[in-house]
Design a protein around this ligand. Structure first.
Ligand code: UDX
Length: 462
């Protein structure tokens, strides 16, 4: 008999996983506590932007392969393998992960599963969670039931969620016995048949793989951004530096783009939760460098705010700032922990008149911060601008040319926060342009030359 699959929690990860499990040929039931969300999902309407996912949802709801419910009783009856994909957001009272959704969903399943079942955690969790949940299962499972637990982290990127799920670069699972392994291999049989690397390990390693991967990526970005602080001070070209070290296979060029830093729903929260977890384990110094990674990352935002203030003659009050891009990265509508939104809000709070245009993110940003002036095109955002800030590298901004913006703006000043525009092209057209990693000379009445990199890089004085 074909495996029946449930997916508990239909957020980013869960909605994608459910649709992809159906695409792999399984009967899938997705559970969420939010009825409205379920009704929308059943029609392929997502509360977030993810290319290809609405089509996949519609296709499999129509074929009957995928359905949704808010009933744990129904899910317990309808599936043999239950994927836990609920969120583990940062707690409001600390930097630890909030485990209440994971714990709550496992408890709810345990109340209803009467036969044999495998629960597979996919949520990003503090190491030790799976072991703790296994004990909880042993304690709380209904008499007569036989329930096991495995962990199977997910590495999907927003904007590529379907592709990353259907053609992952590796599959990782922490299992406790051969029977569970056989079941998980059945789920991923078609992916494994393509010789996708498979890592079979214990529960703790599987949990750590996920946080280690995200901590490494965050560190790589902050590493190049730390060098950006250096080139901002002494001169040099940060992109060339990244290219040159990136040719070394051991280093690699990806995730070495200096800019406004990382944001989103994963990297910032995961490095903080990892530090909190290792501190709980009595290893507070072990991940101390991640505090520095976080600080370097946050200083990138300070730098863009400082550059903007400098370009606006140290007074942003009443000046018109055009912000291009407000999501944490392109091809997403996600503004969680977005450096771009943070910068826009800080300038607004200093008195600037901030106009924002993002191809997908305006609505989410407006919900979080309604007071910025959200407009429907880069042309509107740039109208009468004293400075243009390119903060998220959407394709439509990468191809902008000086003559596109020149007739619109009040002053030809641009901060390219993602280093995607040609400096020479814009300078030749008469623009003042700078960006992360670049030494920016500011003429001042008091000093012969003020170099922002020297005077204002936070931390440079220590
Ligand atoms: C990340 C991981 O990549 C993924 O494997 C994990 O499952 C979830 O977290 P995501 O949050 O979708 O995925 O974003 P990602 O593409 O990794 O980008 C993260 C942030 O880093 C973005 O804000 C991006 O703009 C920034 N970034 C990325 C840089 O600043 N420089 C780079 O060179 C690369």
């Amino acid at each position: 008999m074909s495996l029946r699959v449930s997916v508990i929690g239909t957020g980013y990860l869960g909605a994608t996983h459910a649709a992809c499990m159906a695409e792999l040929g399984f009967q899938v039931i997705g559970l969420d506590v939010d009825r409205e969300k379920l009704e929308a999902l059943a029609e392929g309407i997502l509360p977030f932007h993810e290319p290809g996912l609405p089509e996949l949802l519609k296709k499999h709801v129509a074929s009957g392969q995928l359905r949704f419910t808010d009933s744990y009783a129904e899910v317990a009856q309808a599936a043999d393998i239950h994927f836990i994909t609920v969120g583990t957001p940062q707690r409001t009272d600390s930097t630890s992960a909030d485990m209440s959704y994971v714990d709550g969903s496992v408890d709810s399943l345990l109340e209803h599963i009467t036969g044999q079942a495998l629960i597979v955690g996919k949520s990003t969790v503090p190491v030790g969670t799976a072991r703790r949940l296994s004990e909880r299962i042993a304690e709380k499972a209904l008499p007569g039931s036989k329930i096991s637990l495995a962990w199977n982290p997910e590495f999907l990127r927003e904007g590529f969620a379907v592709k990353d799920t259907l053609t992952p670069d590796r599959l990782v699972y922490g299992v406790q016995n051969d029977e569970d392994l056989a079941l998980i291999r059945q789920v991923y049989a078609s992916i494994l048949a393509r010789k996708t690397p498979e890592v079979v390990t214990d529960l703790e390693t599987s949990e750590l793989v996920k946080v280690a991967a995200n901590a490494f990526l965050a560190t790589k970005i902050s590493f190049i951004n730390a060098f950006a602080e250096v080139t901002e001070t002494v001169g040099g070209d940060i992109a060339t530096l990244a290219d040159a070290i990136g040719y070394d296979d051991r280093i690699g060029r990806r995730f070495l783009n200096a800019g406004v830093g990382f944001g989103g729903g994963c990297l910032p929260k995961d490095i903080r939760a990892l530090q909190a977890r290792v501190s709980e384990l009595g290893l507070s110094h072990t991940m101390g460098f991640l505090a520095e990674v976080d600080q370097i990352n946050l200083r990138r935002r300070d730098r863009v705010v400082s550059l903007t203030e400098t370009m606006l003659d140290y007074s942003v009050e009443g000046k018109k700032v055009c912000v291009l891009g407000v999501t944490f990265k392109p091809n997403s509508d996600d503004v969680r922990d977005s450096p771009a939104l943070d910068i826009a809000v800080r300038l607004y709070n200093s008195g600037a008149d901030v106009s924002v245009y993002d191809p997908q993110g305006n609505e989410n940003a407006r919900r979080r911060f309604p007071r910025l002036n959200y407009v429907g095109s880069w042309r509107e955002a740039a109208a009468e601008a004293d400075v243009v800030l390119l903060l998220t590298e959407w394709d439509e901004f990468r191809v902008l040319e000086p003559h596109d913006l020149a007739p619109l703006v009040r002053q030809q000043q641009l901060i390219d926060g993602r280093n995607v525009l040609s400096r020479s092209l814009w300078r030749e057209a008469g623009w003042k342009i700078t960006g992360p990693g670049e030494r920016f000379e500011v003429p001042s009445p008091d000093l012969d030359t003020r170099t922002l990199g020297i005077l204002q890089v936070p931390g440079a004085q220590t």
